[in-house]
Write a protein that binds this ligand. Structure first.
Ligand code: 28F
Length: 638
């Protein structure tokens, strides 16, 4: 090492050592999520360069050895000596915690993800990292190992005079991370989102680990308008235009794009400086306020709402509305437990005033679209009114007869939810076997008749009137909607048990759609599971084996020998098993396989889309999705 250890250098080493000691403080976690965060940190620096107008393509490659290379065609991190540090600026960027003068005044500090920490943190948490800068005909390079400088910045070659940019390659340290294998889909979702939010930026994602390298290019000239179109791709839009509002209010830049579709769900994705804000905040409330006010004003003025009718609620207007809100704020303040909610009060007014003004103008210019939306909202208002009455009725009824549980439910005797689980079983006959198989103390059985209602295609009033759905809601005990209270959950595990065939998979998906739309907290807090019944039973010399997949069947046959003495039985449904077999293979907590249903919040916007693709009206996106994902279906993990 050719670096002299002055006082500054020692401070730097202490800084990076702190990062290695408490990585969670800097990147949130050392799980798979933290691992991917490293990539976002580096890419975000390149995105900053793009937002400044200096870079138009960012290439991210997952290399064969699980290192990552990020390249941009920006100005290149400065290689000249930084006055204060007495070292090249690029070295400062990678070795000093929170370095980066460009994050000071002027411009917007983009992302840095949840923790806003940057390149030096990635460096500290990598086994090795190499940076190359292309500038003024020269290629500069420096290498670090676990944050330590390996040699002074040096020129390693020439490049064309007009070439410029930065290239960073790093290998995450397995001493730090629990897992070091990158997930292509996770990166894909993230960079698609980044590209939507940064009009004109091209992001190329390559997976070089595969025999045949995979490449995806994300480039959207329409920016967030295209984001809305993408979210609505599996739905029927109510009108062709995408409503778009944009502008500055003081130093806050606001962009909003929206379009209604014929579904009943609201999708609102909001971002601050390109960071997703899953819990919304002041920018989202400013938007909602403007939307409600503007539509009510318009509907009254144009007699689309009678004097005798009450105002449309925000929810009525947002039924079937897909919205992307993206704002840029010089100094964002994030609040809430997970720091995912915008707190800046000036953002509320900025979004409200820009949306109110431009939406009013749009509605005046497009009376037929305005009428379509108002009419849909009035229908939503009526359905909501009917649903509320139905809900009040059940609420009053349950208060009268002391919260009567559905008749079909075979409840467990233990009243401590921590010990209890409920099996939602397709069909009365399988329900019957499950009832005699179960362990009565802790396992409850709720049989459902036939297919449950597809909530993706039904309005609220119809959903609340559905017997199977009512049975589930009362059995779970949590209530729904504004009344939802997870502490009232009567079972620790909700287990969906269906046949191991296409129909069974369809019923599971309908169930998951219902849970995701109406009680997403149950999924997010890890209470929902899929049972996994066996596909085959193999018998030989009075001994029995169960196989849960074709591979498993093959390996069993390999082991016991493939001969005429095995009788192999393929199970077509739960009903073919007697209660003892059902217990042994699928329900016994000691032996069964359960799959936990999870939502990864990094990909939450995709989950919404997935349910719509699977359960919505359009055939083509569904077919594409199933084809694309066929290889994952064995291990479906939504
Ligand atoms: C592969 C990841 O990190 N790209 C970057 C720049 C450009 C500048 C910069 C970055 C200046 C003094 C810190 C260039 N010219 N890609 C990247 N491109 N950082 S990071 O400046 C950093 C500050 O200390 C840059 C003029 N100004 C800024």
């Amino acid at each position: 090492m050719s670096v002299d250890y002055g006082a500054d250098q020692i401070q730097i080493l202490e800084g990076l050592e702190a990062v290695r000691k408490r990585p969670g403080m800097y990147i949130g976690s050392t799980s798979l999520r933290g691992l991917h965060h490293l990539v976002y940190e580096i890419v975000d620096n390149a995105v900053d360069e793009a937002l400044g107008g200096f870079c138009d393509t960012i290439t991210v490659s997952i290399n064969k050895d699980e290192s990552i290379t990020v390249q941009d065609d920006g100005r290149g991190i400065p290689v000249g000596i930084n006055e204060k540090a007495g070292r090249p600026a690029v070295e400062v960027v990678f070795t000093v915690l929170h370095a980066g003068g460009k994050f000071g005044g002027g411009g917007y500090k983009v992302s840095g993800g949840l923790h806003g920490v940057g390149a030096s943190v990635v460096n500290a948490l990598s086994t090795w990292l190499e940076v190359k800068v292309y500038s003024e005909g020269k290629i500069y390079q420096q290498r670090y190992e676990r944050g330590n400088v390996m040699y002074d910045l040096k020129v390693v070659g020439d490049c064309p005079m007009e070439m410029h940019g930065t290239e960073v390659t790093f290998l995450p340290d397995p001493e730090i991370f629990e897992e070091t294998i990158f997930d292509f889909e996770t990166l894909k979702t993230r960079f698609r989102e980044t590209a939507f939010l940064t009009k004109d930026l091209r992001i190329v994602l390559r997976d070089l680990r595969e025999e045949e390298p995979v490449e995806e290019v994300f480039h959207y000239e329409g920016g967030i308008k295209e984001f809305v179109a993408y979210q609505n791709k599996s739905k029927e839009a109510l009108y062709n235009d995408i409503i778009y509002c944009e502008g500055f209010k003081g130093n806050i830049y606001v962009e909003v794009a929206m379009q209604h579709n014929d579904s009943y769900n609201e999708t609102t994705l909001s971002f601050v400086n390109n960071i997703i804000t899953p819990e919304g905040g002041t920018h989202v409330s400013g938007f909602k306020n403007a939307l409600t006010k503007t539509f009510n004003d318009y509907a009254r003025t144009n007699k689309l709402l009678k004097d005798s009718e009450s105002n449309l609620s925000g929810e009525d207007i947002r039924e079937g509305l897909t919205t992307i809100i993206s704002i840029k704020v010089p100094e964002p303040q994030f609040e809430g437990q997970t720091k995912q909610k915008l707190g800046n009060s000036e953002a509320r007014g900025a979004v409200d005033s820009i949306v109110s003004e431009q939406l009013t103008y749009f509605l005046e210019q497009n009376p037929s679209i305005a009428k379509t939306i108002c009419e849909k909202s009035v229908l939503a208002q009526r359905a909501r009114e009917a649903a509320r009455k139905a809900r009040d009725l059940t609420r009053r009824k349950s208060a009268l007869d002391g919260m009567s549980l559905p008749g079909k439910l075979a409840d467990c005797s233990d009243k401590n939810p921590d010990n209890c689980e409920i099996f939602i079983v397709e069909g009365d006959s399988a329900g019957g076997s499950a009832k005699s198989a179960r362990s009565r103390a802790t396992q409850a059985i709720l049989p459902l008749r036939g297919k449950i209602l597809n909530v993706e295609k039904a309005r609220l009033d119809k959903i609340y009137a559905n017997a199977e759905i009512k049975a589930m809601i009362t059995a779970f005990g949590t209530g729904i909607h504004d009344d939802f209270d997870i502490t009232k959950l009567r079972y620790n595990k909700i287990i969906i048990m269906t046949d191991a065939d296409v129909d069974g998979a369809h019923i599971s998906t309908l169930m998951l759609t219902f849970l995701y739309r109406f009680m997403p907290e149950l999924i997010k807090t890890g209470h929902v599971y899929l049972a996994q019944p066996p596909l085959y039973k193999v018998e030989k010399n009075k001994k029995v084996w169960y196989a849960y997949s074709d591979e498993e069947l093959n390996s069993i046959l390999q082991e016991i020998g493939r001969d005429g003495n095995n009788k192999i039985q393929r199970y077509k449904g739960l009903g073919e098993m007697d209660s003892e077999q059902l217990w042994e293979t699928t329900m016994d907590p000691e032996k069964r396989i359960l799959r936990k249903v999870m939502i990864n919040d990094e990909t939450e916007s995709e989950v919404d889309l997935t349910f719509n693709i699977l359960m919505g009206d359009k055939v083509e996106p569904r077919r594409d999705f199933i084809e694309e994902n066929a290889k994952y279906v064995q291990n479906l993990d939504i």
